[in-house]
Design a protein around this ligand. Structure first.
Ligand code: SF4
Length: 333
């Protein structure tokens, strides 16, 4: 049984301008200890997916179709009390901006201890002395020097990288089975980004957690995720083993994202301007017909604006395109 199963999940928002379909028939599974990268531009539905998993959708959002199962349990059928038992204990999330995710009014030690009180994982978590020891251990595990002193700090006294380490410590304090990291490195500089990704990999191995890594950057998933799903306009457009997706993308959108990246592992900054994907992501209140990517796709032909491509699976790869790329490197057929 998969740890997480998402089947045909559709999410809509009621807005003053009408009904906005943010997610359309999204499906994927995640096994214990596995890492899935979810990649796409802003507005593609990747963060909505993670909020739906956590049960944190905005009040004007509703799941209009589909199923969400965690360890076989139907998350959508649970009441809020049952859902909050799972949230924080069995699955937890790291948000993009650590500076706004921590409460500025309390020390990091206080905030971390509240998490241990709410979701005790070890016997030590049930006594003040035991929690104190665990707090120091957690801070050490996420690479914070002088942990006892740092526990007395307020968030504004820590750097961005240090704050994100505290957020990670809070997220793994209860040893969740699933950790969702939503753009965990976007607000950080490049050196710190690499350290945070290494820390996530290390903690995942240590705690045998499944990890969903949400990012707009294929470079971030290239070294972290075994599998990658690319999303566009609330739909999955390509999925497969990360190495294969990067080496030979089948969907033109994935190929476009790759072309926008500086060469992976390049030691120097590019000397010429990087290409970008022409056009804009569609207005989800006025979606284009057929393939959602067709207004931006250089390969678009009549079937593309007439019908939405089916999700087609071949071996470990899946894609949604009438005319997928077939050559290594994403070249023309
Ligand atoms: Fe491009 Fe057509 Fe494929 Fe859409 S279906 S990505 S428009 S080739």
């Amino acid at each position: 049984m998969a740890l997480l199963e998402v089947r045909d999940l559709s999410i809509e928002f009621e807005t003053r301008k009408g009904n906005l379909k943010a997610l359309e028939r999204l499906s994927f599974t995640l096994n214990e200890g596995e890492t899935l990268g979810i990649v796409g531009e802003s507005g593609c539905g990747k963060s909505i997916t993670s909020l739906a998993l956590m049960g944190l959708l905005a009040p004007n959002a509703r799941v209009s179709a589909g199923a969400l199962r965690f360890e076989g349990k139907d998350l959508l059928a649970m009441n809020e009390e049952a859902r909050s038992e799972i949230r924080g204990a069995e699955m937890s999330m790291i948000f993009q901006d650590p500076m706004t995710s921590l409460n500025p009014s309390f020390t990091v030690g206080f905030q971390l201890e509240e998490m241990l009180k709410a979701h005790p994982r070890e016997e030590a978590d049930r006594s003040p002395a035991g929690r104190r020891k665990r707090l120091v251990e957690l801070m050490e595990q996420v690479g914070i020097p002088d942990p006892a002193q740092r526990l007395t700090c307020y968030p504004h006294e820590l750097s961005g990288g240090m704050s994100q380490r505290v957020m990670i410590a809070m997220a793994v304090a209860s040893r969740p089975k699933l950790l969702i990291a939503d753009e965990p490195t976007t607000a950080l500089d490049v050196t710190i980004q690499a350290q945070i990704l290494e820390l996530l990999r290390d903690l995942q191995r240590r705690y045998k957690m499944a990890l969903i890594l949400i990012t707009h950057d294929l470079g971030v998933v290239s070294e972290t995720a075994a599998r990658t799903m690319v999303m566009y306009a609330g739909q999955a457009v390509e999925e497969g083993p990360t190495r294969e997706v990067i080496a030979s993308p089948r969907h033109p959108y994935t190929a476009g994202l790759l072309q926008c990246l500086p060469a992976l592992h390049a030691k120097e900054a590019p000397k010429t301007r990087l290409p970008s994907i022409a056009g804009m992501v569609p207005d989800l209140l006025a979606r284009p017909s057929g393939c959602q990517f067709h207004p931006r796709c250089s390969r678009a032909q009549e079937p593309c604006w007439q019908a939405l491509p089916d999700w087609r699976v071949e071996g470990s790869r899946g894609e949604r395109c009438h005319f997928p790329l077939t050559q290594a490197g994403g070249g023309q057929r």
